[in-house]
Design a protein around this ligand. Structure first.
Ligand SMILES: O=C(CO)[C@H](O)[C@H](O)COP(=O)(O)O
Length: 219
């Protein structure tokens, strides 16, 4: 089984958490497998709130109604992938650049089920470069502030988020206190969202492995 097979295996298992109503849907290759699986049970749900233009397009291609979050109220479930997770289900997200909408939809959901292949589970967050969405005019200022806290920011040149902003990918951070760093980076003027999901971590992590899926829950 290759990595994509493991992502598909984890994505299919997330269907067990789909109980009806409107659900939140994240972004990325693992979520694409989830959307494809969701299409087979689409009569079970009333529709989806999407975290990106790409996921919206895929949901609609499957005939799944996409609703505005403002019209949906609290969501019972959010399903999304991750770039890294620790054992506390604190995450790094944003490899696909959709972190801001992902964080909003996760915050608006009662339960967050994260789906990934087993390579995403790490002892300490930070090997994956940490994405930070920034307002374009603040790019250099935010980069200087991030250097002050020990990171090495790299501008994701040529990439514009669905919100019209830029991404800095921050290398060389050893993230020992994810929630504190999330707050600290979010507090820099010009930062829209940092890709640490520790203040609102996942509730369930389904990891596709060659021995089957492993499921972790937050204590
Ligand atoms: O945060 C994300 C997008 O912004 C994705 O969830 C993350 O990058 C994982 O992607 P994939 O499922 O393709 O490995």
């Amino acid at each position: 089984m290759n990595q994509d097979d493991l992502k598909r295996q984890a994505a299919k298992a997330a269907l067990d958490y789909v109980e009806g109503g409107v659900i939140g849907v994240g972004t990325g290759s693992t979520v694409n497998h989830f959307i494809d699986a969701l299409a087979t049970v689409k009569n079970r749900i009333e529709g989806a709130v999407s975290s990106s233009e790409a996921s919206t397009q895929r949901l609609r291609q499957h005939g799944i109604e996409v609703l505005d979050l403002n019209a949906a109220g609290e969501l019972s479930l959010y399903v999304d992938g991750a770039d890294e997770s620790n054992a506390r289900l604190e995450l790094i997200k944003g490899g696909g650049g959709a972190l801001t909408r992902e964080k909003i939809v996760a915050a608006a959901s009662a339960r967050f089920v994260c789906i990934a292949d087993e390579s995403k589970l790490v002892d300490r967050l930070g090997t994956f470069p940490l994405p930070v969405e920034v307002i374009p005019m603040a790019r250099s200022y935010v980069a200087r502030e991030i250097v002050q806290i020990g990171g090495t920011p790299a501008w994701r040149e040529g990439f514009v988020t669905d919100n019209g902003n830029l991404i800095l990918d921050v290398h060389n951070l050893q993230i020992d206190a994810p929630a504190e760093l999330e707050t600290r980076i979010n507090d820099i003027a010009g930062v829209v969202t940092v890709g640490i999901f520790a203040l609102r971590p996942a509730d369930v992590l389904i990891l596709g492995s060659t021995q089957g899926n492993k499921t972790l829950t937050r204590d």
